[in-house]
Write a protein that binds this ligand. Structure first.
Ligand code: GLN
Length: 485
């Protein structure tokens, strides 16, 4: 077995026993990346030398007998909408083609404190808008289990990189499903933390009231280890929750006896592929056999979640993206007549079609004549949804649902039809609006392609989600399988 096939926690044990060095671990993942990157296109920027430097520093510390952090020497990849000091951060947009941030995002600082070698920056849909990674201005990323299919999006590069064992860890961002849907379609574990659990400082904003950074890994324990490292209060983010947690990964428990698992019937109806539905129901049945209690729950108004999400997220995006105007930073059109023309041309040439579509939609719903009809109503609906979800979670400990209505679709299949692309978010968007945590874990295959289920918990109850997912993983033996590429 190659080193890159081992889980992060296993590599940690080998390093602690001095059987392998951080350099050997990093080299193994770099060699794997070299071998498969041409087929996958997970990365926009690779940083092999910097990664090896970090690995060497970890080995030096180990040789000196210093105590190492739990993730020291374990490589990671970062979605390219998260700022990295002195390393290009493009958001997969032409408008930020040459943007080099002068500072690190808080999550990046925390990885560096751990001593994690950063292998590179990963591909995404431009400004995290999309569900397939096809909206990148630079390249398309392929699904490691079928190269003719998408890896999901928008964090498709981060998901593909982990699923293909180019790295044991990565981070993505999730505004309406961008961590969970790609984790589901590539058969790995992905967490959308509760709003406020992880600092957003240094994440390029899409919908500020919805965005969260979160971890990807190949098993529940690894994922929890990364969450432990990046979560927690941050003075640089006023919306970060002032909660000091005890680490989850070292205390994972198997057992769901007496746990109440809610199955919201709105998530199992029309539009969900019958084979996906059957797989999620089979997972629920597994939990029942382990001693959990299954409850059917109602989530009234769930059908309004998707339109509400696209109003709220586009409104916030139109305001957040106003800063890219060709003046302060980023792309500037070479030919313009006056200041207005400079704004107009820089933005028209710098943003891709999906981003322009969202800016137009967002500006429209915020305009004085339509504000009450769209934006205000969407905000009211968001409040209603919060009540509905909290009521369901008063009755249940967790909710279990599908993550994506289908397995990974073909590249190009939905590219020219934005509405059908938006529909692929039907199971994920509401969770961001109600600020709850949701964890996606692999639960089997449909037609030879990976599929994951979504566990939704009470606010800040990430630990419960990890334990429930860990129980499933340990009991069923289902999980990540290294793709042959
Ligand atoms: N696919 C959704 C969208 O396009 C979600 C994106 C995200 O979570 N960043 O808005």
């Amino acid at each position: 077995m190659e080193l890159y096939e081992k889980m992060g926690y296993e590599l940690r044990e080998l390093m602690d026993k001095k059987e392998v060095s951080a350099r050997e671990v990093t080299e193994s993942f770099l060699a794997r990346t070299d071998a498969v990157e041409g087929k996958l296109g997970s990365f926009l920027t690779l940083l092999p030398e910097e990664a090896l430097k970090t690995a060497d520093a970890v080995d030096k510390k180990a040789a000196a007998g210093e105590k190492l952090s739990p993730l020291a020497g374990l490589p990671i990849a970062i979605k390219d909408c998260i700022c990295t000091k002195d390393v290009r951060t493009t958001c997969a947009s032409k408008i930020l083609e040459n943007f080099i941030p002068p500072y690190d995002a808080t999550v990046v600082l925390r990885m560096k404190e751990q001593g994690m070698p950063i292998i590179g920056k990963t591909n995404l849909d431009e400004f995290a808008m999309g569900s397939s990674c096809e909206n990148s201005a630079y390249q398309k990323t392929h699904n490691p289990y079928d190269l003719s299919r998408v890896p999901g999006g928008s964090s498709g590069g981060s998901a593909a990189a982990v699923a293909a064992a180019q790295v044991p860890f990565s981070v993505g961002s999730d505004t309406g499903g961008s961590i969970r849907q790609p984790a589901c379609l590539t058969g790995i574990v992905g967490l959308k933390p509760s709003y406020g659990s992880v600092s957003r400082y240094g994440l390029v904003a899409f919908g500020s009231s919805l965005d969260q950074v979160g971890p990807f890994a190949r098993c529940v324990k690894d994922n929890a280890m990364l969450f432990d490292a990046i979560a927690g209060p941050d003075a640089m983010d006023a919306t970060s929750a002032r909660i000091n947690r005890t680490p989850i990964a070292p205390n994972l428990k198997v057992g769901v006896k007496g746990l109440k698992i809610g199955l919201p019937k709105e998530f199992f109806g029309e539009g969900i592929d019958p084979e996906v539905r059957a797989l999620i129901m089979a997972a629920a049945e597994e939990y029942r056999k382990m001693g959990a209690e299954l409850l059917e729950v109602d989530l009234p108004f769930a059908e309004y979640a998707l339109p509400t999400y696209y109003i709220v997220s586009s409104a916030e995006a139109s305001s957040n993206l106003a800063r890219f105007d060709g003046v302060k930073y980023g792309y500037r059109s070479p030919n313009f007549e006056d200041l207005n023309d400079l704004y107009f041309k820089s933005r028209s040439e710098g943003f891709g079609p999906e981003v322009r579509r969202r800016i137009m939609l967002g500006t429209y719903v915020l305009s004085s004549g339509y504000y009450d009809a769209y934006y205000k109503r969407a905000q009211l609906m968001r409040e209603k949804l919060k009540q509905v979800y909290n009521a369901a979670l008063d009755r249940c400990d967790v909710l279990l649902t599908p993550t994506s209505p289908t397995v990974a679709f073909k590249l190009g299949e939905k590219e020219s039809d934005p509405l059908s692309m938006y529909l692929s978010d039907i199971c994920t968007v509401s969770i961001n609006m109600v600020e709850l945590p949701a964890l996606v874990v692999p639960c089997g295959m449909v037609n030879g392609l990976p599929m994951g289920m979504q566990l939704i918990g009470r606010k800040y109850a990430e630990e419960t989600l990890y334990n429930v997912a860990y129980t499933f993983e340990q009991t069923t033996g289902l999980g990540w399988v290294c793709p042959t590429l």
